[in-house]
Design a protein around this ligand. Structure first.
Ligand code: CP3
Length: 361
């Protein structure tokens, strides 16, 4: 990994490792995307997954927010999607414009597990993702660290069973309450692919990783403990072993974002992750109390704040940073969830500037 240019801004890596920092680092979930006019220009009507698979295009889109908000963002996240794991496992997933993901043949009954590939060759199936990471890391030229990511097993299972986004979770709930054994088999198979995918992203050049358990909040505490947490724990533990096996010397920080799992912060603070990312339903002060210095916290402004006035954004930023204890240790600024296509980049610029101002105070 020594062929990469030296890193000029390692703020997020230091914050994730729990070191004291001069100000809290900032990045934004879905910071590359449809709210940026240059995203549409480069994407130019192409299919979403085609843009992910083209290293030149994916790297250009990844770097867009870094350029757009020059110097205000402290990390890049590779332009890709959590649904590339189901694709690697043999499922056909399309991204339908203005609708979202669509699986042509979702898993509906346990027998459907037979449709998935056994022994997924991650390096081969996702080789395009690793190429995009390596090229992006080179193009970033050390400006900021490059983050890799994957979906959480429960979240991916939901998509694979529902076949797309869902409000009712009829089929996924049927699986956990009616076919718990098959559910565990599926979760285990996803977990195994996720561990290898994350490890190989590091080999390709990713400097920090995040696991997105976006549907965590669909599970009550008992079901979260059965169908999500054990697999999230496996990922952090097995990833460490796999990276050692692959002779990675650096300590690669890993973040868990389990949206809506407010009851699980205590356990997530104790699950082998460096950072726990929070949605906006948490009171920052309470989260700090619960995590009690065991992890770095990331988050958690309501993305909807960006629809407010500059004054409101400033006030919310100040409150958030104060709530997280001033942000000079164990804190990374982020949204509580992603950007939306309706956001005005100038509001986001104001947000970022205010994060620098209050975070440096
Ligand atoms: C649940 C989930 C998905 N994908 C992802 C998650 C977890 C985070 C979250 O909870 O939001 C993760 C993701 N998706 C994307 C990134 C890229 C990096 C970044 O954050 O900038 C990341 C990290 C690009 C994307 N992924 C998608 C887009 C929009 C595609 C387009 O250009 O039309 C982008 C930029 C599509 C996508 N991908 C997914 C959905 C539900 C959709 C459709 C909804 C939507 O359009 O926003 C699945």
């Amino acid at each position: 990994m020594s062929e990469f240019p030296p890193l000029k801004n390692d703020l997020i890596l230091r914050a994730a490792r729990g070191e004291k920092v001069e100000r809290p680092p900032i990045w934004i979930m879905r910071q590359a995307g449809r709210y940026l006019p240059e995203y549409h220009e480069v994407k130019a009507g192409r299919d979403f997954f085609e843009t992910c698979r083209d290293a030149e295009i994916a790297s250009a889109i990844t770097i867009q927010p870094i350029d757009h908000f020059d110097g205000l963002i402290d990390a890049a996240i590779i332009f890709s999607d959590i649904l590339v794991i189901p694709q690697a496992m043999g499922m056909d997933v399309q991204m339908i414009d203005k609708q979202g993901p669509h699986f042509t043949d979702p898993l509906r009954v346990p027998k459907d597990l037979e449709k998935l590939s056994k022994d997924v060759d991650v390096l081969k199936e996702l080789d395009w993702a690793f190429k995009a990471i390596t090229l992006t890391r080179k193009k970033l030229n050390g400006r900021v660290p490059l983050l890799g990511f994957c979906g959480g097993p429960w979240t991916l299972m939901v998509y694979m069973i529902e076949g797309g986004g869902s409000r009712l979770f009829r089929y996924a709930k049927e699986w956990i309450y009616r076919y718990p054994e098959a559910s565990h088999e599926l979760l285990q198979r996803i977990t195994d692919v996720a561990v290898e995918f994350l490890a190989q992203q590091v080999i390709a050049g990713a400097q920090m990783l995040q696991v997105f358990e976006s549907w965590g909040g669909e599970l009550g505490p008992a079901e979260f403990k059965e169908f999500s947490l054990p697999y999230l724990r496996q990922i952090s533990a097995k990833l460490k072993l796999r990276l050692k096996e692959l002779d990675v010397k650096e300590d690669i920080p890993v973040t868990i974002f389990s949206k809506g799992s407010w009851y699980a912060l205590d356990e997530l603070s104790n699950s082998g992750y460096n950072t726990v990312s929070l949605d906006w339903l948490y009171e920052p002060k309470e989260a700090v109390k619960v995590s009690n210095g065991r992890v770095t916290l990331q988050g958690n402004i309501d993305p909807g704040t960006m629809y407010g006035s500059d004054e409101v954004i400033s006030r919310k930023v100040e409150e958030m940073i104060k709530g997280f204890g001033g942000g000079k240790q164990n804190y990374i600024i982020n949204f509580g969830h992603g950007t939306s296509p309706f956001m005005n980049p100038e509001k986001i610029r104001h947000f970022l500037k205010e994060c620098h101002r209050f975070g440096s105070a």
